[in-house]
Design a binder for this molecule. Sequence first.
Ligand code: CO
Length: 291
Amino acid sequence: MNKEKIINAGKIASQVREYIKPQIKKGTPLLEIAEKIENKIKELGAEPAFPTNLSINEIAAHYTPTHDDKTLASGLLKIDFGVHIDGWIADTAFSIDLENNELNKKLIQASEKALENATKIIKENSSTSEIGKAIQKTFESYEASPIVNLSGHSMQQRELHAGITIPNIDDKKNILLEKGLYAIEPFATFGNGKVKDGKPSGIYILTDDKNVRSPIAREVLKLVIDKYKTLPFCSRWIVKKFTTKALFGLRQLEENNNLHQFPQLVETSGSNVSQSEHTVLIDDEKVVTTQ
Ligand SMILES: [Co+2]
């Protein structure tokens, strides 16, 4: 692990969060918010670790604006973004209520408090289920439920989900955490507490670098292999580089199984979802890198 790069990525993520927060109002185009976040990350000397997720209400995750997106910020908005320096990732998220709605506010308090409690207890050798239990208990005190099929995750260089799951419930698996880099991300709802796949998100990840026929698909594939490698990217970034003609290339790459496209994740009962997230480095000491 490169501790210096991990810490710096975390610092940049918190700077970007404080920069964007006051600029998000009801009616702000999501496209503008995403571009501002991603441009600021680059201005501060890092790269986005994945496309900015701006998910509204019952969409829990994986909404990123398309190149021509017209959606305006509203409702319970989750802002989830990542920063990387040489593949070392900081992953952070926060939620905003743009409706002055008491239930939305309560959900946001619940996920913030759950995150606070989880980051307090996480350490080397803590059990993943204990962390999940702390999150679940916090939610119960707000009469909210966790999204049981979304969870925190370990991270490695250029690997956003590196194998270990940090659940938002007591899943009884009791995996003991080693030194490493972890994202904790409680999602709260008053609904069913489960997400299902929704529409395609325009967020992709490379799954196979095998050859593809069409020239534009080849060009896109080369960029993905060289630039994004094993990290997620989106159609908006590809269109920016190659114009809209690249959308055909993306479709081909998906059909040829070079790329996996993530679906949006939607709460099954259509209820609003809040999310809070920090990245924690567990080394000789513990550092919440994105705080
Ligand atoms: Co995450």
